[in-house]
Design a protein around this ligand. Structure first.
Ligand code: ATP
Length: 365
C-alpha cells in the first residue's frame, strides 16, 4: 500500500515561492504525472515527497502517516535519479547490490533479490558485465533495478527519459509503463511533455507558476480543462479560443457567435462579460450549410488528417479534418461544433465556467 496525500504544501526559497498551496492525492498503485512547463515547481514538489526538500508549510501523508518532516532515509520512497547515474566501472550485479549491502542485508538474500529483479527487468544475462559498456536501454534498466531492489513503497522519477532521442524514448516509455503494470508500485513521474503524460499517466497534475491548475485523469483534463492554461498546454494543436462577449444564463443551451446560434454545454451558474468559447481542433467540423463561417488561410496535409487554419469573425480557428476533404486556401466554409465538446471560460481569470458536465472535474477547489 502506498497512498500519498499532498495537503496544502508550499515551498519558499528565500523570498521566492516555488510551490504555492498545492493539494492532491496519489492513490495506491497509480502512475501519477506531474506535468507543466519549465520552472513551474514540478521537481520541487517531487523532491518534497521524497524528502530531499522540506515543505515550508503543509503536509505529506504516506499511508496516513505524516512524513512531511522525515529525512529521505525514513520515508521508504525511492528517487530514481537521472537514469544513468550508475557506477560505470562496476558490473551490473554490484550496481544492483550496492543499496542492499549498505543496508546490511545478508549476501545470500542479496543474490536472491538480484536474481528476482533481473528477471523482472530481463537483464539476467548481463549481470556480470560492467555498466560502462552497456547500451542506453540496458543502463536504464539497471538504474531502475537499483531502485526496485530496495522494494520501496513508491518511486519518484524526474524526467527519466528526457535525455533520450524520440524513438528510444517512446520505446522506454512503453517499457516503463508495462513494468509499472506488472509491479503495481505507486509511481510519481515528472515531465514537461504533455504527450508523455497523456500516454503514460493514470492521473495528471498540471502545474503552472507554482500552482496546481488541474488534477484528474488524462480524459478529464483533455475533455474538460479547468483553465485556459490547461486547455492550451494539452493537445496539439491546442484548443481554439474564440472571443465571445455577452451573457449566458444557467441552463442556456446555445449562444450567439457573431449572430449565429452555437450549442454550448448548459452552465451551472450564469456568466457575462468577456468570455471565451473554447473548442479543440478535433471537434470542429466543416459543413457546407453551416451559417457560422470562416475563410481558410492555411491547410497542412498530414496524411491521415489535415489541419486547416481559418479566419472567423471571432478569431482564428484550427480544425483537424479528414484528409480526403479538399481544402483550398481562400475558400469559405461553414463551421460546426457539438455543444458537449465546447468549453466556456471567463477571460478575466482564465477559469472554465462550471457546467453540469464538468462538475466532476477536480480542478480548482
Ligand atoms: P524544470 O523542468 O525546469 O526543472 P520544474 O517545474 O521542475 O522545472 P522546479 O525545479 O521545481 O521547476 O523549480 C521551480 C522554481 O524554483 C524555479 O524557478 C527554480 O529556479 C526555483 N528553485 C528550485 N530550487 C531552488 C533552490 N534550491 N533555490 C532557489 N530557487 C530554487
Amino acid at each position: 500500500m502506498a497512498q500519498i496525500v499532498i495537503r496544502n504544501i508550499r515551498k519558499e526559497f528565500g523570498d521566492f515561492v516555488a510551490v504555492k498551496e498545492s493539494s492532491f492525492t496519489i492513490e495506491d498503485g497509480e502512475f501519477f504525472m506531474l506535468l507543466g512547463p519549465s520552472g513551474c515547481g514540478k521537481t520541487t514538489t517531487l523532491r518534497m515527497i521524497a524528502g530531499l526538500e522540506l515543505p515550508t508549510s503543509g503536509d505529506i501523508l504516506l499511508d496516513g502517516e505524516n512524513i512531511s518532516q522525515l529525512p529521505p532515509s525514513e520515508r521508504d520512497i525511492a528517487f530514481v535519479f537521472q537514469m544513468f547515474a550508475l557506477y560505470p566501472h562496476l558490473n551490473v550485479r554490484k550496481n544492483l547490490s550496492y543499496p542492499l549491502t549498505s543496508q546490511g542485508m545478508p549476501r545470500k538474500q542479496i543474490k536472491a533479490k538480484i536474481d528476482e529483479v533481473a528477471g523482472i527487468l530481463g537483464i539476467g544475462d548481463i549481470l556480470d558485465r560492467p555498466v560502462g559498456g552497456l547500451s542506453g536501454g540496458d543502463r536504464q534498466r539497471v538504474a531502475l533495478g537499483r531502485a526496485i531492489v530496495r522494494e520501496p513503497k513508491a518511486f519518484m522519477m524526474d524526467e527519466p527519459l528526457g535525455a533520450l532521442d524520440a524513438e528510444f524514448r517512446e520505446h522506454m516509455a512503453e517499457e516503463l509503463r508495462a513494468l509499472h503494470d506488472r509491479m503495481g508500485a505507486t509511481t510519481v513521474y515528472v515531465t514537461h511533455d504533455q504527450l508523455e503524460a497523456m500516454q503514460m499517466g493514470d492521473k495528471i497534475v498540471v502545474m503552472n507558476n507554482a500552482v496546481v491548475e488541474q488534477f484528474g485523469t488524462p480524459r478529464e483534463i483533455y475533455d474538460k480543462p479547468a483553465t485556459m492554461f490547461v486547455a492550451d498546454f494539452i493537445g496539439s494543436p491546442s484548443m481554439n479560443f474564440l472571443d465571445f462577449s455577452g451573457s449566458v444564463a444557467p441552463g442556456q443551451e446555445s449562444i450567439s457567435l457573431s449572430g449565429h446560434d452555437m450549442a454550448v454545454p448548459s452552465l451551472r451558474e450564469g456568466a457575462s462579460g468577456d468570455l471565451v468559447f473554447g473548442v479543440r481542433p478535433e471537434h470542429v467540423h466543416l459543413s457546407d450549410d453551416g451559417t457560422f463561417r470562416g475563410r481558410i488561410i492555411a491547410a497542412e496535409y498530414l496524411g491521415t488528417t489535415q489541419i486547416v487554419t481559418m479566419e472567423t469573425p471571432n478569431g482564428e480557428l484550427k480544425a483537424r479534418i479528414p484528409a480526403d476533404r479538399i481544402a483550398t486556401v481562400g475558400e469559405s466554409a461553414g463551421i460546426g461544433f457539438r455543444g458537449d465538446t465546447v468549453s466556456l471560460f471567463d477571460r478575466a481569470d482564465g477559469r472554465a465556467l462550471r457546467s453540469a458536465l464538468n462538475e466532476g472535474v477536480l480542478g480548482h477547489g
